[in-house]
Design a protein around this ligand. Structure first.
Ligand SMILES: *Cc1c(COP(=O)(O)O)cnc(C)c1O
Length: 389
């Protein structure tokens, strides 16, 4: 059944019932599937039948998860991965040939950046980076061998916004494959395919699971591209486990209500920080002070759960702030029910030089808050006492 409402679709579309007439979708924890006879097996391997053969290729639980994400993103097809990075790597490795070139936003997830900068050059695949704050310069980076245009919005950890409609137009004009990592927004807040993206990638580890339990990833989009990605992935083996798919598919049933509350709390936190004497600046897409506020309003339903702010006093003030946090967690994850704070300059990005950090919008006092689902007053009180310490 297909309805026009996101919430109903997320809950009511599930695997076909088995003879046991279960209400909740069962877990198919099986590595392989059986055939009636030689002809059934032949037809299945020839893909004349749409069915599961081996869980590295597909499994009812991973298929249910993928189909839900496809409906949420308005995509034709997809494939699910063990982690978000497996999705990023497999998608790009399936589509790129030696000598190809990528144009990417400079501020992309750390491991994605490492893939582009440290590993793809081994296969003569090169990347040029554009500054998300200078979108007029994107086209200057495009070369005759450019194949892929890649970005995330909102970005990590600075919470900048990239104009997806503009990227869609540039990709179409230059016949590039536009890939958007939509992890920070989720399909509930933003659907990049409606702005011209060919493929959308998620780390399902974040808001999709939303409870800090399992790792997962998914790529959805144009059926012809997904076919190439599927053939590469079924042979290279980065598939999502059925158990994690079962968890993630269940999690999608509550994505809308969870993300609504995350965004409500995040807006309260951002508004509080904006008037705090120890805070220099706050970046949250749905605060009018955000440099790309109008673009955020155009392409997002709400502002997401990540708030970035600049603490007065640089590296030392950031470190002191982390040391005085009591309720929130110091952790590398984000998009959890639990609020998480990080100070990139003294932790995740401490190995970069000051110039390198500035190039990816990480200033010395930048603090990233992944706003959770605790009561907003408790989150605000914790941040306040740590700022005043
Ligand atoms: C976490 C994250 C990834 C990688 O996902 P894993 O599940 O940790 O492999 C990719 N992109 C973004 C934007 C992320 O936040």
């Amino acid at each position: 059944m297909s309805t026009s409402h996101f919430e109903t679709d997320a809950i009511r579309n599930q695997l076909e019932r088995t003879n046991f007439m279960e209400h909740s979708a069962p877990l198919f924890l099986t590595s392989s599937f059986v055939f009636d006879d030689a002809e059934d097996m032949r037809a299945s391997f020839d893909e004349e039948k749409e069915r599961s053969i081996y869980s590295r290729f597909s499994n009812p639980n991973t298929s249910e998860f993928v189909q839900k994400v496809c409906r949420m993103e308005g995509a034709e097809a997809g494939f699910a991965y063990a982690t978000g990075m497996a999705a990023v790597y497999s998608t790009l490795a399936a589509l790129l040939n030696a000598g190809d070139h990528i144009v990417s936003a400079g501020s992309v997830f750390g491991s994605t950046h490492a893939l582009f900068t440290k590993f793809f050059p081994k296969w003569n695949i090169t990347t040029s980076y554009f500054d998300v704050n200078f979108p007029n310069e994107i086209e200057k980076h495009i070369k005759p061998n450019t194949k892929i245009l890649y970005a995330e919005s909102p970005t990590n950890p600075a919470v900048d916004i990239v104009d997806l409609e503009l990227l869609g137009k540039i990709a179409k004009k230059h016949k590039l494959i536009l890939i958007i990592d939509n992890c920070f927004a989720t399909p509930y807040l933003q659907q990049p395919i409606s702005f011209g993206a060919d493929l959308v990638i998620h780390s399902a580890t974040k808001l999709m699971d939303g409870q800090g339990r399992v790792l997962g990833g998914v790529t959805v989009g144009r059926a012809d591209l997904i076919r190439e990605i599927y053939l590469f992935s079924r042979n290279t083996g980065p598939a999502l486990s059925p158990f994690n798919a079962w968890i993630l598919s269940k999690s999608l049933e509550t994505l809308a209500v969870r993300v609504d509350r995350h965004c409500e709390n995040a807006l309260k936190v951002a508004s509080f920080l904006e008037q705090h004497p120890k805070v220099a600046t706050v970046k949250y897409p749905f605060l009018p002070s955000h440099p790309q506020y109008t673009i955020a309003k155009k392409q997002m339903k709400q502002g997401g759960n990540i708030v970035a702010f600049e603490i007065k006093g640089g590296i030392n003030a950031g470190r002191t702030f982390l040391n005085h946090i009591k309720l929130a967690s110091l952790s590398a994850n984000l998009g959890d029910t639990r609020t998480i704070v990080t100070h990139p300059a003294s932790t995740t990005h401490s190995k970069l030089s000051e110039d390198e950090r500035r190039a990816v919008s990480i200033t010395d006092g930048l603090v990233r808050v992944s706003v959770g689902l605790e009561h907003a007053d408790d989150i605000i009180n914790d941040l306040n006492q740590a700022l005043l310490s």
